[in-house]
Design a binder for this molecule. Sequence first.
Ligand code: FAD
Length: 482
Amino acid sequence: MKSHAAATRLLVRRLGPAVVRTDAASLRAASFDSSKLFFPPEAVIFPRDNDDLGRALVLANERRVPVTVRGRGTTLTGAAAPRRGGWVVDLLAWNRIRIDGVAALAQVQAGAKVGDIQRAAEARGLFYPPDPSSKEYCTIGGNIACNAGGMHGGKYGVTRDFVVALKGFLPTGEYVEWGRPTRKFAAGFNLRDLWIGSEGMLGIVTEATLKLIPRPAERWTLLASFRDEAAAFRAVGELFALRLQPAICEFLDRQAVLCVERSPGGRRIGAGGMPVVLLEFAGSRAEVRENRKSVLAWAKSRAAAHSSTWDRAAAEKLWSARRTCSGAMFALGDSKLNEDIVVPMSRYGKFARFMVGLRRESGLAIPVFGHLGDGNLHVNIMYHAADKAECRAAEKAVKRLMETVVAYGGAISGEHGIGLAKTPFLRLQHSPAQIRAMRAVKRALDPRGILNPGKMFEVFEVWKHKRLVVDLPWDHKTESSK
Ligand SMILES: Cc1cc2nc3c(=O)[nH]c(=O)nc-3n(C[C@H](O)[C@H](O)[C@H](O)COP(=O)(O)OP(=O)(O)OC[C@H]3O[C@@H](n4cnc5c(N)ncnc54)[C@H](O)[C@@H]3O)c2cc1C
């Protein structure tokens, strides 16, 4: 990796050692994200204000120093790991949140924690629906950069659907604003949406205006068990055909359910050992009561067993299965290829059959769970890193999976993004012309290629790389597991 020692010394002189840290602990903490792939940076910048950030970027351009911006480092794709070294910009301290209760807008700095934004909105009777499971850790800057989703995606949408305006810096160090804190804005190209989902490669978000909606007055939760995965998928299709729109529609396949039931402190879920669908209906009391009647009739005729509740504490017990499943899967292998594919609703049945075949062919445990409201499913290919045959089987299985979802008309990622982990599959999803267009945009906004280099377009086979052995606060935790 190229050294940028002289540029780093100059940066320390210009911004001071409190802003530009080069001690071993700071460098290590910024060298990896939740993927645990690691690449040492030469400095970590904690800008005090826009001036610090702009000056650092201008110098980085002059000296061609790679810069990687970082929120909380919860991305699972390696997107926040400084692949080419250089400098990391840490914006965690930029966490101011202001709610405009009249316009129903939130003015937030990039480092604001998503859970804090939701609580600040709720305190004013408002609701910010995008809810990644990592919300008690991740930042809105990271959510915007990844276009994060979550359980509410099917009904309300994802981060993109709630971003009204952005402020920040181009990779060249020029300050820009995309949109205004107004509900309408049609003046010029929409570069706001170009930044959303650009994984820290086209600009640095420093501040965002977010749209808020009225907080739903009532919530009602139902858990239904099904004979098999195909029956669960079929039933969910029928539910949507009834024009019923759950706020949340989560699925756990049989392997995911068994992992939770057999985990320490685990208990029977629904009918026990069967795939489940968890639904939440939210809205006005009248609306939810109306939905409830039809949903209970649906569950009675389609599910093997079901239970429901209005009580939030009782609902929490039903949701705990969903929250513990990701961590519980490590009973099936010490390593996981965690994919977040999108399957078109019309292909759910075919996908259930494909998964049966994939497990048989690979000989691996592959629990699946996720958001049936928008087809975003988390496929977890479990293997033991020390077992060469299992590693090869996992690599083969992930390739088959990606080829299949693209052939179905789906996507290789619904919310995590490409980073490093999905780079081998970008060319399955996008044609050469599409990739050329993306690279042309990158060159136009970042002519010196300094912002988060080595990501998205260069193939990086994660399964061939060592991961750091480190425990992160969100690892295997019941409240934060995906
Ligand atoms: C337990 C767990 C559960 C998760 N659940 C979900 C889920 O339900 N839904 C979901 O979508 N994701 C989920 N994720 C993935 C992850 O939390 C999201 O991708 C999140 O958006 C990352 O936010 P962050 O602040 O940690 O960003 P980081 O991981 O620090 O960075 C992610 C990317 O954003 C860029 N970036 C960060 N801040 C900025 C900024 N200010 N300007 C420009 N670019 C920036 C970085 O360069 C990097 O490319 C989960 C992860 C974990 C570990």
